[in-house]
Design a protein around this ligand. Structure first.
Ligand SMILES: Nc1ncnc2c1ncn2[C@@H]1O[C@H](COP(=O)(O)OP(=O)(O)O)[C@@H](O)[C@H]1O
Ligand SMILES: [Mg+2]
Length: 328
């Protein structure tokens, strides 16, 4: 595996803006995005609900606010409503109720302006298989209104930053899963979006490829790009995210920093051990001594004991019914 650079090289700024058809003469013109201002959050979601035609209420009054430059994780099991939430934020899906503002722009009122701020990597997206990596990047740059030479220049830089140069000669269909994902992330970054949206970017990848994608996202941190990522992997959320919203059955069950969420877990400590039948077993307690006493009662002398993790909270939350949830 090729190591990733510690930091991304400086990239040439792409034009920020979008193409709009003039109402009078029908000519397409480039409208520049105003430079980001301090103040309003990157994404503001208010009481967002989505009911699909079949009747499924996939998002139920979700509200959240994502500060600029934050890495925000939406964590939840399959079917929790993550993709539904993301597709409304990216303007692909019209909400049943509620409001979404991206950099203070209402996604329903001005979808083009809002979308021009975002780079999106949808769940299960695959690159155009017959394009080579550089062609793929240039293609996306051109879609975003870059000139051919601008797109080529930035594609050169991203090829290096993504570690794709040694794979320049092969078509996307022949790339490994991790490299395909990196190519898709790179393509979403071509127009230097203020906001990068990734729906389960590492699901189905092998451990090496996952780490490559993490390293890439890590290198984007602190560069001002706001990142919204969905995942059902706790370690991914713990590793990458400044803030996390845990969702289940379309509702937010808990939200905060990883530290704050760990603090919500009523079971603060846990011990794992092998029981008489050779199976791993876990005991939880709200205090260290409580766990030690329980182990003594069970006559267990070999164990590992530590603080509970985000995973323990996640399991606690997502295995409860919503009515029972203490944290909503
Ligand atoms: N196009 C659709 N039509 C009807 N129901 C859907 C559609 N897409 C998703 N759902 C349902 O909405 C719920 C949430 O799905 P989804 O947002 O894809 O969750 P996640 O991304 O967390 O796995 C699920 O019950 C799913 O079956
Ligand atoms: Mg999904």
């Amino acid at each position: 595996m090729r190591p990733l650079p510690d930091s991304m090289p400086e990239l040439t700024p792409a034009p920020r803006g979008w193409w709009e058809r003039d109402a009078d003469d029908g000519e397409r013109q480039f409208v520049s995005t105003p430079p980001p201002t301090r103040g309003p959050p990157a994404i503001e979601v208010r009481k967002l609900s989505k009911r699909y035609r079949g009747g499924v209420l996939a998002n139920d009054e979700i509200s959240l606010s994502i500060p600029r430059s934050a890495v925000f994780g939406v964590l939840g099991p399959n079917g929790a409503g993550k993709t539904t939430l993301v597709r409304q934020i990216t303007g692909e899906l019209v909400p049943t109720a509620g409001a979404i503002r991206v950099h203070d722009i209402d996604i329903l009122e001005r979808p083009l302006a809002a979308k021009s701020l975002m780079g999106v990597v949808p769940q299960e997206a695959t690159p155009y298989q017959h394009l080579k990596p550089h062609e793929h990047l240039v293609f996306f740059g051109r879609l975003h209104g870059m000139s051919r030479s601008q797109a080529r220049g930035r594609a050169d830089e991203l090829m290096a930053a993504l570690g794709l140069e040694e794979h320049a000669g092969v078509t996307a269909v022949r790339l490994s899963g991790g490299l395909k994902r990196k190519l898709l992330v790179g393509s979403a970054l071509m127009a230097e979006p203020s906001l990068l949206v990734l729906d389960e970017p590492t699901t189905g990848l092998d451990p090496h490829s996952r780490r490559e994608v993490w390293a890439l996202l890590e290198s984007l941190r602190g560069r001002g790009t706001t990142i919204l990522i969905t995942t059902h992997y706790m370690d991914e959320a713990e590793m990458l995210c400044d803030q996390v919203a845990v969702i289940g059955a379309g509702r937010i069950l808990a939200m905060g920093t990883v530290e704050e969420l760990r603090g919500l877990c009523r079971r603060r400590y846990k011990a794992t051990f092998e029981n008489g039948a050779g199976q791993r077993q876990t005991v939880y307690g709200s205090a260290y001594d409580e766990v030690v006493d329980e182990l003594a009662r069970l006559d267990i002398h070999e164990y590992t004991i530590g603080k509970t993790t985000l995973e323990d909270l996640y399991l606690e939350l997502t295995s409860q019914t919503l009515e029972e949830s203490q944290y909503a």
